[in-house]
Unconditional design. Structure first.
Length: 168
């Protein structure tokens, strides 16, 4: 007799992996079942001890003691959504297949690389707030090449194991 293991959903897997990240900011995962997308929202906060006047993308200025920076990553069903249409609004747009889901290799590669993005981003944000540096802008950085390398570095068996798209 053989048993079929129930596939873990992308939603459950992502939430587990998010909880394992070493990050002092806030992460939230929003699933829109009607659009077949997930948004991974990132909020970084840091102290602006020097009360440096900062300007956001909308042109609003602040010199508050605590500042926050928000960005997001979009995971989308490649058959329902054209990720290129949304690329300018997200740090990264990553496709998946609603029927198959996402390979564990891709998910694990994502979270491995995402930890680096968060670490580098927090360091860059603190540098940005340091009046002794000449860094005049801040934004999180994403490299599709580094992401692909993190996916390729996963164990081969993970390429054949899939996380299911969640059921309603």
């Amino acid at each position: 007799m053989t048993s079929k293991k129930k596939k873990q959903s992308m939603l459950d897997y992502f939430e587990t992996k998010m909880n394992q990240l070493d990050f002092d900011g806030d992460l939230s995962l929003n699933w829109d079942p009607s659009a077949h997308v997930f948004e991974l929202m990132i909020t970084m906060t840091a102290n602006n001890h020097e009360h440096i006047t900062l300007e956001n993308q909308a042109g609003t200025t602040t010199a508050d003691e605590e500042i926050s920076y928000e960005d997001a990553i979009l995971f989308y069903d490649r058959k329902r959504v054209d990720g290129d249409e949304y690329a300018a609004n997200y740090l990264a747009t990553l496709p998946f297949d609603a029927k198959q889901g996402m390979s564990i290799a891709e998910a694990d590669g994502f979270f491995t690389y995402f930890q680096d993005v968060l670490d580098d981003g927090m360091s860059d944000l603190l540098d940005f707030l340091d009046p002794n540096t000449d860094q005049t802008t801040f934004e999180l950085q994403w490299s599709n090449e580094q992401f692909a390398a993190a996916v390729a570095a996963q164990a081969p068996y993970k390429q054949k194991e899939w996380l299911a798209y969640p059921k309603y």
